[in-house]
Design a protein around this ligand. Structure first.
Ligand code: ZN
Length: 746
């Protein structure tokens, strides 16, 4: 089967793949000499032969038999069971416990008191088609780290509650001060919505799932189809994750029993106003009762009435109280010591906690990690021990805000900075296309691996399917660049502390896109739902185990760490171009705005019978000196190309072990050089200078965030300062690459 995939790839590459300039095609396995590549291919053939997808279903059924949120009895049972399995498979496994803040609701009340009365049921129904819907010990629907509160106020519909929506409200003269806002999910990380509402004076936030986004507008609703039913609720955290993830009480340090903690009141990451999620069934009467202006077309959902913005006459009471307790988070950490380089660690993780039944998120990825680990451990027991140490992590408390992984990364920061060569993350998985994100130094590696894993439905490689999807969607580069670009990472899963806080090269991979949505963080993300719609037969779980198994084993066994810097410099060049363009676009838009203001055009173009507040004049956009970055990118291109050429040459002729080790010492720390101790403005926890989640957009990535966000904030001095900092950072990387090249040339 592997031969079929390889030959199909070869044919396709003749048809489509023209190497972009500066991007040599890589015929051989990167990081491996010809001899060690042959051994590695044999090992991977054994991996493929031993991965057994029957285990995935058996394990998922067991883990998801009862709810397993943070602090639930079944969560601890799962942790112990997973640890015991790892031990059986030959790992040194332990449960590493942190004490983390995990609020659970005591009172949840949402009531419309005018113009008519409606009391939200706040309950997901038990349905005969899904046995999990009636299971004992269910966690009610809520947003973790909402504030306590009891407020009554007029309601305002704010669309997705993102900055652009508040600009629209301003045009209509609508102020949310003293109001309760209702926002539909989507468009940003959910925690941004109450944060922005609070900053604008709102007293509470209601979130809801509009059927347009993941309900009947998208397809058949559960149980007929996968999409969200009338009473399905998206739970989720609203901690200020773009400020820092992890336990809100212990930023920068591990949440050990005796750690110094913020009080709940003093924690800067906890929301300051009450927030609660509703199903569309509960949101409909509230939205229907809104008056005021008609919502703009892009704001309208799929409910059967005309959407109005308000404020009022709908008046709503939101009453929430929580038990603010510390709960134990149980990370399972399993080590397989490397035979040659025990102090170089390849880390591989997936979270194990879920909001409700958690079949799709996260157990679909977790069982693939387990099956991969079982095979890797079994191979090691049979004499195929990896050269580097492999550390598997089954994280707890990801859902409330990446708590298990972040506390571990903070607690072991020094050791991880010293030893980790890479972190590979997975989370939910499903039927569809391979999705690849991460550090661009690993772009070539994940592309090579994707070409060798078979897509279960079509028999071509996972890479060819991903390429085809991108090409059909209009991505011209998909058929001209030798590697598919991987996405830069923002936040949203456990890679964040490793990449953005510690500067460890990271990959995040999953399959998906054909599994339908609509069960996310609801009671209906169940074994029943997943096996009908997520990945029937677990074929994509098997493909994931083979993909990440290869990534883990290649990183663990490579003679020279499998990084390619031309991929990195090419992407950096792109991002540098983007921030320069952003400044120009901002200038063009500002000039146009000021021209229209001068002509009084906004007012003259608006309907005089409706309230309209025209935009104000904006300050002029200065020209900034990007030369430091342009020069640093140029140097990076040269140093990257020179090193990649040398690495290819040395791998062909065979590197001496001394050369390889000297080179690995440099390669291991290149990602570390991309961080600054001071971190980003207003959020020092985030130290990476290339990748960060958007401060006002949440999950969505901002590349070169120091520069990009300064331009967005129109803070020109800060932008200039960060142009300098990014240029220095790129020079540090270039220096390391030049040093590595000298090692190989000497
Ligand atoms: Zn997840």
């Amino acid at each position: 089967m592997m031969y079929r995939a390889l030959s199909a790839t070869a044919v396709l590459s003749l048809l489509f793949t023209l190497p972009a300039s500066g991007h040599g095609q890589e015929a051989s396995m990167i990081g491996f000499s010809a001899e060690s590549a042959a051994a590695q291919l044999e090992l991977e053939a054994r991996l493929d032969a031993q991965v057994n997808r029957d285990n995935l279903g058996t394990w998922m059924e067991r883990i998801t038999a009862k709810p397993f949120f943070v602090g639930a009895p079944h969560n601890k049972e799962n942790a112990e069971w997973v640890r015991d399995l790892f031990e059986e498979w030959g790992y040194e496994a332990e449960i590493v416990v942190y004490q983390v803040l995990f609020p659970k609701p005591r009172i949840r009340e949402v009531e419309m008191v005018a113009p008519t009365r409606y009391t939200a049921g706040l309950a997901e129904p038990v349905i005969p088609e899904d046995a999990s819907s009636g299971v004992d010990g269910r966690l009610p629907s809520y947003n973790a780290y909402s504030a306590d509160g009891d407020v009554t106020a007029e309601l305002v519909y704010v669309n997705q509650g993102i900055p652009a929506d508040y600009d629209e409200l301003e045009r209509r003269g609508i102020d949310v001060t003293g109001k309760i806002v209702i926002a539909r999910y989507g468009g940003s990380w959910r925690g941004i919505k109450p944060k922005l509402a609070y900053e604008r004076g709102a007293v509470a936030t209601i979130l809801y799932s509009d059927p347009r986004d993941d309900g009947y507008f998208q397809g058949d609703a559960y149980p007929d189809g996968p999409y969200r039913m009338q009473w399905g609720v998206q739970r989720g955290s609203v901690t200020d994750m773009p400020l820092y993830p992890g336990d809100p009480l212990t930023p920068f340090v591990g949440a050990t029993a005796d750690a110094e903690r913020y009080t709940v009141e003093a924690s800067p990451a906890i929301m300051k106003i009450p927030v609660l999620p509703l199903s569309w069934g509960d949101a409909e009467p509230l939205l229907r009762a809104l008056g005021g202006p008609v919502a703009p077309p892009s704001w309208r959902g799929a409910l059967p009435f005309t959407y109005h913005i308000g404020p009022g006459p709908a008046t709503v009471r939101v009453h929430l109280e929580f038990d603010w307790n510390l709960e134990p988070a149980y990370n399972v950490i399993a080590r397989l010591e490397g035979s040659d380089y025990p102090n170089e660690w390849v880390m591989r993780g997936n979270h194990r906690d879920g909001w409700a039944m958690g079949a799709g998120d996260p157990i679909s990825g977790h069982v693939a990690l387990m099956e991969e680990a079982r095979v890797v451990g079994t191979l090691a027991q049979n004499g195929e021990r990896p050269k580097r140490t492999i550390v598997y992590a089954s994280w707890d408390a990801e859902e409330p805000g990446l708590l298990g992984s972040t506390e571990f990364a903070e607690h072991h920061a020094d050791e991880l900075r010293e030893k980790a060569v890479a972190y590979i993350n997975t989370d939910g998985n499903g039927r569809g296309f391979l999705r690849m994100g991460g550090s661009h130094t690993l772009e070539r590696l994940v592309n090579q691996v994707a070409k060798e894993v078979e897509d279960p439905q079509t028999g071509v490689s996972a890479w060819e399917r991903a390429q085809a999807q991108r090409a059909v969607a209009g991505d011209a580069e998909a058929t001209t660049r030798s590697d598919l670009r991987i996405s830069p990472l923002g936040s949203g899963s456990d890679y964040t502390p490793f990449l953005q806080h510690l500067g460890i090269a990271t990959l995040n991979v999953s399959y998906g896109g054909e599994n339908g949505g609509g069960s996310y963080h609801s009671q209906f993300d169940s074994f029943e739902h997943y096996t009908r719609f997520g990945d029937p037969g677990f074929y994509y779980g098997e493909a994931l185990a083979k993909t990440t198994g290869r990534l883990t084993l290649r990183l663990a066994n490579a003679d020279v760490l499998p990084m390619r810097f031309e991929n990195f410099s090419d992407n950096i060049g792109l991002y540098a171009g983007e921030v320069m363009e952003l400044l120009e676009d901002t200038r063009t838009a500002t000039n146009r705005n000021n021209e229209l203001v001068a002509l009084n055009a906004y007012d003259l173009a608006s309907d005089p019978t409706k309230t309209y507040v025209a935009p104000a004049l904006e300050d002029d956009v200065p020209f900034l000196n990007f030369a430091p970055i342009q020069n640093a990118v140029r140097r990076l291109e040269e140093s990257s190309a020179a090193l990649d050429v040398e690495m290819r040459r040395v791998m062909q002729t065979g590197a001496t072990s001394a050369e390889a080790q000297a080179l690995n010492r440099v390669l291991k720390t290149t990602e570390r050089l991309m961080t600054n101790d001071e971190g980003l403005p207003r959020r020092p926890w985030y130290r990476h200078q290339v990748y960060a989640p958007g401060f006002h957009t949440g999950y969505g990535v901002k590349t070169l965030p120091g520069i990009r966000e300064a331009i967005e904030l129109r803070n020109w001095d800060e932008a200039t300062e960060h142009i300098g900092l990014v240029a220095d950072m790129l020079d540090r990387v270039s220096e390391a690459l030049e040093q590595a090249t000298r090692i190989l040339k000497s």
